[in-house]
Design a protein around this ligand. Structure first.
Ligand code: SAM
Length: 196
């Protein structure tokens, strides 16, 4: 089964957690990683990799900027997706679990002072305590100057959770910028760049 059809199947099984009917586009992945200095990125964490569109883009850049000491950890709540990604991409340590446990996972992996965290989570549909808990832990785990990148759907701005998410990142990070909309993504989306 292709990645798009297996993604749609997971959406039908659990729409709230999967939060999208199709994987992100390559163009959105490019926008998510724009300007990140991978030579300097030692500790990288991804939340909600799904079928791995962002994961593969990160791995490509890591290959172009190799570092012996780099650790790339991904946390995926959906067991089937986690298992498929782990089998397909040995360059990333895929953990089947909840991004809310990121502090424990990083401690277990001996990871501190994260350089880069990227997320595919559907923030507006997450319960507020889960959303805020993940964001607070992310801000605490990043090194000063480290970056958190995530995306929002343009249509998602109709949901109150999208505006609560915006308020929370503005409280937790010293700089928050929002990219122009990537219209070629389904649905159209923009990227939040949050610097600690
Ligand atoms: C909108 S999809 C994005 C998938 C992929 N990053 C992409 O852009 O195509 C959200 C993903 O987050 C996962 N997810 C949802 N809640 C999660 C949580 N609390 N911790 C880790 N993963 C979670 C879902 O299983 C799904 O794979």
């Amino acid at each position: 089964m292709g990645t798009s059809s297996s993604f749609l199947l997971e959406f039908l099984r659990d729409p709230r957690s999967t939060a999208a009917i199709a994987p992100s586009s390559r163009r959105l992945a490019e926008r998510m990683l724009e300007g990140i200095d991978f030579h300097a990125a030692r500790a990288i964490v991804e939340y909600g990799p799904g079928t791995g569109v962002f994961t593969r883009a990160v791995l490509e850049r890591c290959r172009q900027a190799p570092r012996e000491d780099r650790v790339f950890l991904a946390v995926e709540k959906n067991q089937r997706m986690a298992e498929r990604l782990a089998a397909a991409e040995p360059g990333v340590r895929v953990h089947h679990g909840d991004a809310l446990e990121v502090d424990r996972l990083c401690a277990d992996a001996g990871l501190g002072g994260l350089d880069f965290v990227l997320s595919g989570l559907g923030w507006p549909s997450l319960p507020a305590p889960v959303r805020d808990g993940i964001l607070e832990r992310t801000a605490a785990l990043l090194r000063p100057g480290g970056e958190f990148r995530t995306f929002g759907y343009h249509i998602g701005l109709l949901m109150r959770g999208a505006w609560e998410f915006r308020r929370t990142v503005r409280r937790l990070f010293s700089e928050v910028t929002i990219s122009p909309v990537v219209w070629g993504n389904l649905p159209p989306a923009f990227v939040y760049r949050c610097v600690k």
